[in-house]
Write a protein that binds this ligand. Structure first.
Ligand code: GAR
Length: 193
């Protein structure tokens, strides 16, 4: 059974989908802990499933490195096989990436390498493209530059807002994420840094 630590910053709707999937007895992975960089709304999903949570508040540390050290300390308690960034809106310091690589994956609401960074949906809209997408990648030291594990196109509709487009992308992200986790757990997909 593959053990997962999931890190979030926001509402955790993708986390929720992963928790639902992982609660089925035949799913080959289990969420053992959920962490956040703030008092994220999504931590409530973990609590509902009886999964332990922790918060390492970004604002309480002087540097990314110090924040990352504390984050790694919290993660290490659970010895997760895989760390899943599911809407964590902070870059991990290189020391944390090195500690877990290549066992850290990230979901992103764009068809990477298009529109990396914190505003993937907004940037796609601003660029006027007719399609964007969703990606699941291995985390490396860059901003959304790691090896792509899965991705799929999502259409942009006329009149889309950032919210409406993001809501169309998220179900695709969830499906890709759950499938990637399943394939890593079964050994069908090997992680390389
Ligand atoms: C997701 O779309 C995720 O890909 C994105 O934040 C959203 C979290 O939604 N992450 C990034 O943009 C990271 N660069 P959720 O909290 O409802 O799961």
């Amino acid at each position: 059974m593959l053990t997962l630590a999931v890190l979030i910053s926001g509402t955790g709707s993708n986390l929720r989908a992963l928790l639902d999937a992982a609660s089925h007895p035949d799913f080959p992975a289990r969420v053992v802990v959920v962490g956040a960089d703030r008092e994220a709304e999504g931590l409530a999903h973990a609590e509902e499933f009886g999964i332990p949570t922790f918060t390492v508040p970004w604002g309480s540390f002087d540097s990314r490195e110090a924040w990352g050290e504390e984050l790694a300390r919290e993660l290490d308690v659970w010895t997760p096989d895989l760390v899943v960034l599911s809407g964590l809106m902070r870059l991990l310091p290189a020391s944390v990436v090195a500690r877990y690589a290549p066992r850290i994956i990230n979901t992103h609401p764009a068809y990477l390498p298009e529109f990396p960074g914190a505003h993937g949906v907004r940037d796609a809209l601003a660029a006027g493209v007719t399609q964007t997408g969703a990606s699941v990648i291995v985390v490396d030291d860059g901003v959304d530059t790691g090896p792509i594990l899965a991705q799929e196109r999502v259409p942009v509709h006329p009149g889309d807002t950032e919210h409406s487009l993001h809501e169309r992308i998220k179900p695709v992200e969830r499906r890709l994420l759950i499938d990637v986790v399943r394939r890593i757990a079964t050994g069908e997909l090997a992680l390389t840094g």
